[in-house]
Write a protein that binds this ligand. Structure first.
Ligand code: PGA
Length: 259
């Protein structure tokens, strides 16, 4: 049973005032979301303000990144313990902007995933190929490598807390989303891989989100695919109304979970 999950990644947007206003509007627009679980990931500086606004709300709080150590001499980093203390139940890891702009390696991402789980958070491991890799027919090879490395060494009870996000790099922030068919193909591949890496049960229960230019007008077609269990939304999550619409359109039709 997989309840669709919709996550808003605000990236490096939102002063305190903007974040508060956006969080309030999302909270008020999704008071009792049916058949969908909703998370927002504001920038670090806005987390306390947004946590306050979301107290007792149906929308959960997540972070966009974390370090793997609980504390230490790591100037400029934020630990999972610090995030958990603020009420973050989720954390995005291995986002393509982290991999490409900040040169995060698979090994570092793996340490982060393991640490996030240890601190009681649920990591969302992002994987995806570049335009060039897709043209060369390397899509499956790339996402497989990222998934194997990102989950390496994790016990099955840890993996049960994990979510995957397929985010083709060429679709992020470009306005060109993967078609439902293109995404479904990769989601199916990833689910098969989870079965091999972990178990059939985990492959059935793990949620695999799609991300990359998700908008109110394409969310439904994407999430209607049986293997697409929700969406990770960047740009369109900065507008409360479009994010709310995406969340509603991603909800399981009957109000029930996917099987
Ligand atoms: P986008 O970003 O929706 O703006 O394409 C998605 C993401 O980076 O997670």
């Amino acid at each position: 049973m997989r309840t669709p999950l919709v996550i808003g990644n605000w990236k490096m947007h939102g002063t305190q005032a903007v974040a508060r206003e956006l969080a309030q509007a999302v909270r008020d627009g999704l008071k009792r979301p049916r058949g969908v679980e909703v998370v927002v990931c504001p920038p670090f500086t806005a987390l306390p303000a947004v946590a306050e606004i979301l107290k007792g709300a149906a929308v959960a709080l997540g972070a966009q990144n974390c370090h793997w150590e609980a504390q230490g001499a790591f100037t400029g980093e934020t630990s999972p313990a610090m995030l958990a203390e603020l009420g973050c139940r989720w954390v995005l890891l291995g986002h393509s902007e982290r991999r490409h702009a900040f040169r995060e390696t698979d090994e570092e991402i793996n340490r982060k995933v393991a640490s996030a789980v240890r601190h009681g958070m649920r990591p969302v491991l992002c994987v995806g190929e570049t335009d060039e890799e897709r043209r060369q027919g390397l899509t499956f090879t790339v996402v497989e490598g990222q998934l194997r490395a990102g989950w390496a060494g994790l016990a099955s009870e840890d993996l049960a807390r994990c979510v995957l996000a397929y985010e083709p790099v060429w679709a992020i922030g470009t306005g060109v989303n993967a078609t439902a068919g293109q995404a479904a193909e990769v989601h199916g591949y990833l689910r098969g891989l989870v079965s091999e890496l972990a178990s059939k049960e985990l492959a059935q229960s793990v949620r695999i989100l799609y991300g990359g230019s998700v908008k109110p007008d394409n969310a439904q077609a994407l999430t209607q695919e049986p293997d697409i269990d929700g969406v990770l939304v960047g740009g369109a999550s900065l507008q409360a109304q479009s994010f709310i619409t995406i969340a509603k359109k991603s909800a399981a039709r009957s109000g029930a979970s996917k099987e």
